[in-house]
Design a protein around this ligand. Structure first.
Ligand SMILES: [Zn+2]
Length: 60
């Protein structure tokens, strides 16, 4: 199943496998936000690629 990692800035990394997702998300975090995220953290943020409305509540 496809999975997606969403960044607070609106960026989305999608991949068929976690091995695809993590490097993409790490590259984004590094390039866009100058931060390094661990694979563990990113995998914790990954969720199934949304079909219809998947409400997300994540506000800081
Ligand atoms: Zn971002």
């Amino acid at each position: 199943m496809q999975r997606v990692i969403r960044c607070d800035c609106g960026f989305e990394a999608t991949g068929i496998s976690d091995d695809d997702l993590v490097p993409v998300a790490q590259a984004h975090a590094s390039a866009a936000h100058d931060i390094k995220l661990s694979a563990d953290l990113l995998l914790a943020l990954a969720r199934p690629h949304p079909g219809p409305a998947t409400p997300t509540k994540q506000e800081t």
